[in-house]
Design a protein around this ligand. Structure first.
Ligand code: ZN
Length: 365
């Protein structure tokens, strides 16, 4: 992410609309407000005076934006900001200068927290927070401990149940949230803020579900490929992935109470997918499949079957587009593939889809 920092002027300036800092364009010297007015002695003559500039920096950094829902007051978020920053530093063993935290859009009306890796190259901590389902929980837990809170046994549900381990520390000390870098925040920081404690507790106890970006998708694919039971199933996964359809949540997971293990599961949509290899074409197996799958349908579960005849797959995918999604442009008839085919298998599949794009168009329209 491209981060731009603009220094609008002194925080305590009287007129907030008056931005920038006086600088002399020839000598490069910073000046004061009095230099702008031209009443300072100036050997460069009257024609060249001080002008105001607004310095800014920009750089590409790993960044993470946390948005806060609910009734947070901006000053409460100052404590949240410092607790999260310290939590990340301790959890990932980073130096205080490696992670920057800034309230957004500004401190006075903050509703979000922008974290970015200030070190060149980045330590990768922020990616971990997004990709791992446990990292953010660990950060919250660590932040509570940093703020001198502990608990006996399981984590409590309510902040009032947390035990104060440092009665001498009131709102904050240099062992918890105060540091040399955040002196401006010292007056506002309060480690005992009930909203802060409860939020950290909730976060530490939460179940985190990744919604998956491009990286998330390839990670899910890898996990599912490892679980897949046959090469036909792996081919199906590859097809789903490459054509931008929704990936399943799980593979080879038994449906509770039905003694059936579908090849893939879409948990949210309450749907299961069977990829039937050659042995499913035997009459006895067909009868068994039919019975078991009917039972699932009767239980309200959507059952989608793909046969080994891969040519029929695009039709099934578009028939259940509410489940698999419309897919990327590549499938919808466009010859341009979004991703490079992985190899001969991918190319062969593209050929199959291209061949049937007319049929697919017919079904979709
Ligand atoms: Zn303290």
């Amino acid at each position: 992410m491209l981060i731009q920092g603009v220094n609008l002027g002194w925080r305590r300036r009287e007129n907030k609309n008056d931005m920038g800092f006086p600088i002399h364009p020839i000598t490069g010297q910073w000046g004061g407000e009095k230099d702008l007015r031209g009443d300072a002695a100036d050997e460069d003559g009257p024609e060249v005076g001080f002008v105001k500039i607004t310095p800014f920096v920009q750089d590409r950094k790993n960044a993470l934006l946390m948005r806060f829902l609910g009734d947070w007051r901006p000053e409460q978020l100052v404590s949240v900001k410092n607790a999260i920053k310290r939590g990340i530093e301790v959890t990932f063993q980073l130096d205080g200068s490696e992670i920057a935290a800034e309230l957004m859009p500004n401190e006075e009306s903050a509703t979000a927290l922008l974290l970015y890796e200030s070190a060149e190259g980045g330590a990768g901590a922020l990616s971990r927070l997004v990709e791992s389902t446990t990292a953010l929980k660990a950060v919250a837990r660590t932040a509570l401990e940093i703020c001198h809170w502990r608990w006996d046994g399981e984590m409590p549900m309510l902040e009032a149940q947390l035990i104060n381990t440092d009665p001498e520390c009131e709102a904050g000390c240099y062992r918890c949230l105060l540091g040399y870098h955040n002196q401006r925040d010292h007056d506002v920081i309060d480690r005992k803020l009930p909203e802060l404690k409860q939020w950290l507790l909730d976060l530490a106890r939460a179940e985190l579900i990744g919604q998956g970006g491009v990286d998330g998708r390839s990670e899910i694919l890898d996990r599912l490929q490892a679980l897949a039971g046959s090469s036909l199933e792996r081919l199906w996964l590859d097809t789903i992935y490459r054509h931008g359809h929704n990936l399943p949540d799980n593979a080879q997971q038994e449906v509770a109470g039905h003694y059936v293990t579908p090849d893939f599961t879409y948990k949210q949509a309450c749907a299961v997918v069977f990829i039937d290899g050659p042995h499913h074409e035997q009459p006895l197996q067909q009868r068994l499949d039919q019975q078991k799958r009917q039972a699932l349908t009767d239980a309200g579960i959507t059952v989608v079957v793909f046969t080994q005849d891969t040519i029929s797959w695009p039709v099934v995918l578009s028939e259940y587009s509410w489940l698999f999604g419309e897919g990327s442009q590549a499938l919808a008839g466009s010859k341009a593939s979004i991703e490079k085919p992985k190899g001969s298998l991918g190319e062969a599949l593209d050929a199959v889809f291209a061949e049937h794009s007319g049929l697919l168009g017919e079904v979709q329209s």
